[in-house]
Design a protein around this ligand. Structure first.
Ligand code: BG6
Length: 423
């Protein structure tokens, strides 16, 4: 569906890595899918002074490299780029916000129509609070129906600062205006966890402590911190990945069935899981957590030469509720790992009794359900089969669902179900 209301998207921090790698490629794909409003203006703001053309070129590089559709078609890109204006502004100065207000006013006069205004805060955590205060003072958030804020992680640095940030947000805006973003939730394979669990009757009866031995959630990246040392060295793997992306995955795997497909209902069910996570006493942290750092990390740009920031983090957690009592959840994530791979692996318990002689079951492995999030988007189920031949030997085999094989790409690049081809 194409949204019908005009919109102005204001990106604060538009020269950063997030805009380059994620936000702009995503917006460009929405543009190709005709999911953006017909009347749309994007105001890209950052401190760096540069010409609009230079800014467009850097965006183009990002889209060519990171868009799921690969390189852009020039004519379509030109059309899209015309929607984007760049302006160098200092977010700490009050005057910058009257310039934003002026831009909005002029654009609405051109359209002769009021628009929705979305303020996307793609900035370092230290800027968030001053920006929120300035937006509120300039009354840029006062229309609850039309003004929205999108806020990125890390959400504060610890519990105290996260509570403080939440208080500031609720002082300047209504909850309905606030969008706390986690881009992992936009991944097809992540959304599919809900379909797998709650649109099939097969898995849910087994989805508990009686049948599941343990669950592993892994997000391994091959890239290092790239040019993001100034941010990353203050965040680390725990705040950058684990407390947001991996916890979202944990929430979706461990939540109870929602009563409806309603955003608040799904959020509440995930929050129940978070509330049930057993807290870790300070003196036991070393027993359940591991931190690591890749070898050249301290030579990266903007990283302290003696930095103790972790680029790898692993945690063993327990969810203290009826369903998951005693089932360990292993979460791990790291940069500069041997391979890029994000996966949830659900290992079932071994059979209670082995009917076959030990010699036939030497190669037996427990049932394993693997939800591969990236790079290959697939789900595999491992089970035992009899190896063909006169002797009776068991070997693990795999049943596989792959997005690539089950859904095909249309000319516009979107996915369709291959099954639909036959109708
Ligand atoms: C971001 C982190 O949120 O997610 C990055 O800040 C990380 O450090 C990225 O590289 C990983 O996301 P994806 O979608 O590329 O796996």
């Amino acid at each position: 569906m194409t949204p019908s209301k005009p919109a102005i998207l204001i990106i604060l921090g538009s020269a950063g890595d997030l805009t380059h790698r994620k936000l702009l490629p995503a917006l460009y794909n929405l543009f190709l899918d005709q999911r953006l409003p017909e009347k749309l203006a994007i105001l890209a703001l950052d401190r760096k002074s540069m010409k609009e053309e230079q800014f467009h070129n850097s965006l183009l590089e990002g889209v060519n490299e990171f868009s799921r559709r690969g390189k852009v078609e020039e004519a379509r890109w030109d059309h899209f780029a015309r929607l984007i204006k760049y302006k160098a502004l200092d977010f700490t100065e009050a005057n910058s916000y009257s310039q934003m207000a002026e831009f909005i006013k002029t654009q609405e006069e051109i359209w002769n129509e009021p628009a929705d205004h979305i303020f996307y805060l793609a900035v370092a955590p230290t800027f968030i609070e001053p920006i929120l205060n300035h937006l509120a003072e300039t009354r840029l958030l006062s229309d609850h129906g039309r003004n929205r804020i999108v806020i990125e992680k890390p959400f504060g640095r610890d519990l105290k600062s996260a509570i403080h940030l939440n208080e500031t947000l609720s002082r300047v805006a209504d909850e309905s205006q606030i969008f706390r973003i986690d881009h992992f939730l936009g991944k097809e394979t992540v959304q599919n966890i809900l379909a797998l669990r709650f649109a099939n009757s097969l898995f849910e009866p087994l989805w508990n402590r009686t049948y599941i031995d343990h669950i592993q959630i892994t997000v391994a990246e091959q890239i290092g911190i790239e040019q993001r040392g100034a941010y990353y060295d203050h965040a680390g793997a725990l705040r950058d990945m684990l407390e947001n992306h991996l916890f979202q995955l944990l929430g979706m795997v461990a939540m109870e069935p929602p009563t409806s497909f309603d955003q608040d209902e799904i959020r509440n069910k995930k929050v129940d899981v978070l509330h049930a996570i057993r807290s870790i006493p300070r003196d036991q942290v070393a027993e359940v957590a591991v931190r690591g750092q890749y070898s050249d990390y301290r030579h990266e740009l903007d990283v302290h030469p003696q930095s103790g920031t972790e680029t790898f983090a692993a945690l063993k957690l327990f969810v203290d509720n009826w369903r998951w009592q005693g089932v360990p959840f292993y979460l791990r994530t790291g940069k500069r790992m041997a391979q890029r791979m994000a996966e949830i692996s659900i290992q079932f318990k071994s059979v209670p009794h082995r009917s076959f002689p030990p010699s036939t079951t030497d190669t037996c492995l427990p049932n394993l359900l693997r939800i591969r999030i990236q790079p290959d988007e697939e789900i595999t189920l491992q089970f035992q089969a009899k190896e063909p031949g006169t002797s009776f030997e068991l070997k693990p085999v795999q049943m596989k669902f792959s997005y690539k094989d089950s859904f095909f790409k249309t000319e516009s690049g979107s996915l369709r179900n291959s099954f639909a081809r036959y109708f």
